[in-house]
Design a protein around this ligand. Structure first.
Ligand SMILES: [Fe+2]
Ligand SMILES: [Fe+2]
Length: 193
């Protein structure tokens, strides 16, 4: 699915199901970080007009996802907790070397974003198929579709702005690296844990 080289262990959903408060809190921050990433891309790469236009739309969509998740927390009578470290993202962002031309830096940022959207999409699919709470499962089914579109958009921009052959090679290398990172994960009640 989505080119990912290692599927999440389906038992991850059992772990999540025992702590819905934790997964919702972690998920809310994922949506906030997605919105923040879109803003950061606007600030870092303002000369890429088409990208800026799309990122404005993305900020709105991701912050609306944040609100939807926050509503789920509030509905349940909970108060959102503090942000958690996302070990998956921290490990992933070490893959590409720093520096290079602005276009190369942009391509790296876009590939990271595509992959994080893709893995989130895979996790949402598992939740949508396996959660006992059918209302919450439906919620994740709808979000899965959005994240799949974001995945396609980021990968499309990377291929559009970068050299197609180079980008595809880097994408395959990043996917292989991500599978290594994922080997040690799938054991925590967080979106990427
Ligand atoms: Fe989102
Ligand atoms: Fe997204």
């Amino acid at each position: 699915m989505l080119g990912l080289k290692l599927p999440t262990d389906p038992r991850w959903v059992n772990i999540v199901e025992k702590n819905i408060e934790e997964i919702l809190t972690d998920h809310a921050y994922c949506e906030q970080k997605a919105a923040s990433t879109a803003i950061s891309l606007i600030v870092s790469f303002p000369e890429y007009t088409e990208l800026v236009q799309e990122m404005v739309l993305l900020v709105k969509e991701e912050i609306s996802h944040f609100k939807m998740v926050h509503d789920k927390i509030v509905e349940r009578g909970w108060i959102m907790g503090r942000d958690r470290k996302d070990e998956y993202v921290i490990a992933l962002l070490k893959f590409f070397p720093k520096g290079g031309s602005r276009t190369i830096q942009l391509v790296h940022r876009l590939l990271y974003a595509a992959l994080i959207e893709g893995r989130s999409c895979e996790r949402f699919r598992l939740l949508s198929e396996q959660l006992e709470d059918k209302k919450l499962a439906e919620f994740y089914r709808n979000l899965m579709v959005s994240e799949a579109n974001h995945y396609t958009m980021f990968l499309g921009f990377a291929r559009h702005y970068g050299d197609r052959k180079e980008v595809d090679k880097k994408w395959q290398e990043l996917l292989a690296f991500e599978a290594q990172v994922m080997k040690d994960l799938g054991t925590q009640e967080t979106m990427h844990g």
